[in-house]
Design a protein around this ligand. Structure first.
Ligand code: SF4
Length: 355
């Protein structure tokens, strides 16, 4: 089956590879700027994101005595496996850290109650031997998302193993049963079969029909929709958007290949760039304007500069970690299940510009 996961997933794989190189070879991400896999090239901005992920792992490692595994396939069950980004085992503390990097900007993923990181944790326990571990930290680092710092779910090894027995393994058995039903939901987002899945397509068409009626000349005006109609449309909006993105990705590939009636590939409009940067700087200066801007370095860059200038102690590292935050940029809608706290209506009112 062709992988419709598209550009973001392939870009994520590329950045995972860069992160692994940084951790394996002890190289700063900025030393890899310009590295390319033919499709993607590491930019300054993404080097800083990679460094944030690498700094987090190095912060955990700074507690000493960690054995580290990178990009290791682990099995949580004979039919369920995954590739662990980073595993840190501290034998003297009988503690295991499992770190999952996410380089997506769109969907915020928390480690709390996260099935994927728990599967990695169960697989890592099997790798090390559950009898050698008391506590497990399951971490997600998502540096390109603006809303959150890394998240961690802490479990005892016994509780994690119990979850595998009570929830994971019965779920795998149910999915493997003959004629197991297809059940579309939020989890379809990362399914490689979503562009071809009949169950998902049927659900999306049913939702579209319920929201728009059929046949219609145009979708209804949101201002005239009832609360129930708005909720039905919103409940399905993620799935519809992602399904359409998968359809667009497939049509793009078809248009690039043998073509598809009614569609073609055209060049996008690029950003403006100086033809000769030095000449442009001189020209702007000659006109009496400053061609440069000065701004503070990012937290990731500051950490590198401070670490170079001093031997960062644990206390200094902990203090540094408390000095930066990732402020939410704008208010956004989220489902009730989202781990972020809701903005209270009173707070939202107080933050309105006062006239
Ligand atoms: S897209 Fe289809 S096959 Fe994939 S998870 Fe959703 S329902 Fe299952």
């Amino acid at each position: 089956m062709p992988d419709p996961s598209g550009v973001p997933a392939r870009e994520g794989s590329f950045l995972h590879g860069v992160s692994e190189t940084c951790l394996d070879k002890g190289r700063p991400a900025r030393s890899l700027i310009g590295t390319s896999n033919g499709e993607f090239t590491l930019t300054h901005e993404d080097a800083d994101h990679v460094q944030t992920a690498v700094d987090y792992v190095n912060f955990l490692r700074s507690f000493g005595g960690a054995q580290m595994v990178l990009e290791r396939r682990v099995h949580a069950h004979e039919k369920c496996w995954g590739t662990l980004d980073v595993g840190l085992y501290f034998a003297h503390r009988r503690h295991l850290d499992v770190i999952d990097f996410k380089f997506g900007k769109g969907v915020y993923v928390s480690a709390h109650g996260n099935t994927q990181t728990r599967i990695y944790g169960v697989g890592a326990l099997a790798l090390i031997g559950g009898a050698n571990v008391d506590t497990v930290g399951l971490h997600i680092v998502q540096p390109r998302h603006s809303s959150s710092k890394p998240t961690e779910e802490s479990l005892s090894a016994i509780d994690l193993a119990q979850w595998a027995r009570d929830v994971l393994w019965p779920g795998i058995d149910a999915a493997e049963a003959p004629n197991a039903p297809f059940k579309p939901g939020e989890w379809c987002t990362f399914c490689p079969g979503r562009a071809h899945c009949r169950a998902l397509a049927n659900q999306n068409l049913a939702v579209a029909k319920a929201a728009f009626g059929a046949p219609v000349a145009a979708p209804p005006d949101p201002n005239t929709m009832s609360l129930d109609e708005l909720r039905v449309a919103m409940d399905a909006s993620d799935l519809l958007r992602k399904w359409l993105a998968a359809v667009e990705e497939r049509v793009f590939r078809l248009a690039k290949g043998n073509g598809i009636p009614g569609w073609k590939i055209v060049n996008g409009q690029g950003n403006r760039a100086w033809v000769d940067t030095d000449a442009a700087v001189r020209a702007v200066e000659a006109l009496g304007a400053d061609p440069y801007k000065k701004s503070p370095v990012s937290p990731a860059e500051a950490a590198r500069r401070v670490a170079k200038a001093t031997d960062m102690t644990h206390a200094a590292a902990a203090r540094y970690m408390s000095m930066w935050t990732q402020r939410p940029t704008t208010e956004t809608l989220a489902r009730d299940s989202d781990a972020r706290p809701a903005v209270s209506i009173a707070q939202a009112f107080l933050e309105q510009p006062q006239k």
